[in-house]
Ligand binder design. Structure first.
Ligand code: PMP
Length: 457
């Protein structure tokens, strides 16, 4: 086995890490962390630290680490047939079976699933599909996509544009022109503290309507949103948000893309976030929880309404000019089948709801009255604690104080991995869906200790 200092050196010399301060990393100013093994909700690093991963990797290892059933399924598929493509009607038993399993779980109006590798490429597919859709319907001007500030939809060219976080645009010449951003459904950060939740929903709707009016409905193809926001702050929507937004989209014939990369397959305590909030999407994006990240695989589930137009398109113009070499990769499909079986057998969707509500209420009991805790919000096993300098006026800390990252660093010392979310002092939790009540309490205890050591009581 290679020595840690050797790996550390090779890492700095050769490895271009995503979402990393490249200069600091190359200069060795931050300790690089090398993860060695995982089992259940725990991972172990090369320094021998055993950590409770309360963010499931990047909220993707939903069934937990070390599941032998999935490893076996991958090995068996690799031995039998590691690869064949899915172009011009080709398939494998794994990819066909998985398509059926996904459609069996998806909302009733869904028709087919197109497979990709990750959330970003699935959303790139979705954008191309809605453009194609409008071209086939003879509406070539109807192309703009509305996303929300703080929405996260990937880091490709169009998906990075849709992502409503400044870091993903700065110095990349993004966002592109045909992307629009509207108000995030983030009640804690409402523009006026006096607004009730219902007033805030009306405000979000009014902003959307004004945008449609300004741009012209005949120029807008789709609206994309995560049922509950992820990277932008782990924010469940205010009550009634989706019920108020959807009629506006319907009225203007704007397709709805539900980006369920995080919420799909149980995170909120329902199989899909769409089901959880009563969202009737035209396209659903899936990734992460589809395979619990045992292999890369994503999907775009398209509704009957969209599918009918796509079929018409190929009758008019020939085969659809969109495909990846690795679409429906058999190893990813085998991993997903084994993963979805485990989700069922272990009742993980239900567990996410039950343990999730215990987790959130235990966190509120422990930290709800801390003077710097502005809000503790959660749905299923997606939870966030947001910090403020002053609770009464909701004054935020100066970002240079790095309160969020400091608390996350302290949590790590206390044996728990959580994520300091990128915009604000927000500590995010999205543990594997197999989390137990005891493990939830361990996270709460570690968080309490960490918060008190950084901010006092
Ligand atoms: N959509 C959402 C909601 C996501 O959270 C993410 C990733 N965190 C993506 C899309 C992009 O997925 P990927 O990183 O697999 O490209």
């Amino acid at each position: 086995m290679l020595r840690n200092d050797q790996l550390d050196q090779w890492d700095r010399e050769n490895f271009f890490h995503p979402s990393t301060h490249l200069a600091q990393h190359a200069r060795g100013e931050a300790h690089s962390r090398i993860i060695e093994t995982g089992s259940g909700v725990h991972i172990e690093d090369r320094d021998g630290n055993r950590l409770l991963d309360a963010f499931a990797g990047l909220y993707c290892v939903n069934v937990g680490y070390g599941r032998q059933e999935i490893a076996e399924a991958i090995a068996e598929q690799a031995r039998k047939l590691a690869y064949y493509h899915a172009y011009v009607g080709h398939g494998t038993e794994a990819s066909i079976t998985l398509s059926k399993m996904i459609l069996d779980r998806a909302p009733d109006n869904m028709s087919k699933v197109y497979f990709g590798l990750g959330g970003s490429d699935a959303n790139e597919t979705n954008i191309k599909l809605v453009w194609y859709y409008n071209n086939i319907l003879g509406r070539p001007e109807k192309k703009k996509i509305i996303s929300r500030w703080r929405g996260y939809h990937g880091s490709g060219l169009m998906t990075g544009s849709l992502t409503g976080l400044e870091l993903f645009h700065k110095k990349f010449d993004l966002p592109f022109d045909n992307v629009l951003h509207t108000e995030a459904p983030y009640y804690f950060r409402r523009p006026d503290l006096a607004m009730s939740e219902a007033d805030f929903v009306s405000h979000c709707v009014a902003e959307l309507e004004a945008m449609i009016e300004r741009e012209g409905a005949d120029t807008i193809a789709a609206f994309i949103g995560e049922p509950a926001m992820g990277t932008g702050g782990l924010v469940p929507p205010p009550k009634g948000y989706w019920q108020a937004i959807q009629p506006v989209l319907k009225k203007h014939d704007i397709l709805l893309i539900a980006d369920e990369v995080v919420t799909g397959f149980g995170r909120l305590g329902s199989m899909f976030g769409s089901e959880h909030y009563g969202i009737e999407a035209d396209i659903i994006t899936i990734a992460k929880g589809l395979t619990s990240a045992y292999a890369p695989l994503s999907g775009s589930i398209v509704s009957n309404k969209v599918w009918d137009v796509l079929m018409k398109g190929t009758d008019e113009t020939g085969p659809i000019g969109h495909g990846w070499t690795y679409s429906a990769h058999p190893i990813g499909a085998a991993a997903a089948i084994a993963n979805l079986k485990l989700v069922d057998e272990l009742n993980l969707v239900e567990n996410a709801g039950v343990v999730g509500s215990h987790f959130t209420s235990a966190m509120r009991d422990a930290l709800g009255d801390h003077p710097n805790v502005g809000e503790i919000r959660g749905e299923g096993l997606l939870m966030a604690v947001e910090f403020v300098e002053d609770r009464e006026t909701r004054r935020f800390f100066d970002p240079s104080k790095k309160i969020g990252p400091t608390i996350a660093g302290e949590l790590l010392k206390n044996g728990v991995i959580a994520r300091a979310m990128p915009q604000g002092d927000i500590i995010g939790f999205a543990p594997p869906l197999c989390l137990t009540g005891d493990e939830a309490q361990q996270i709460v205890d570690a968080m309490t200790k960490s918060v008190e050591s950084v901010l006092g009581r």
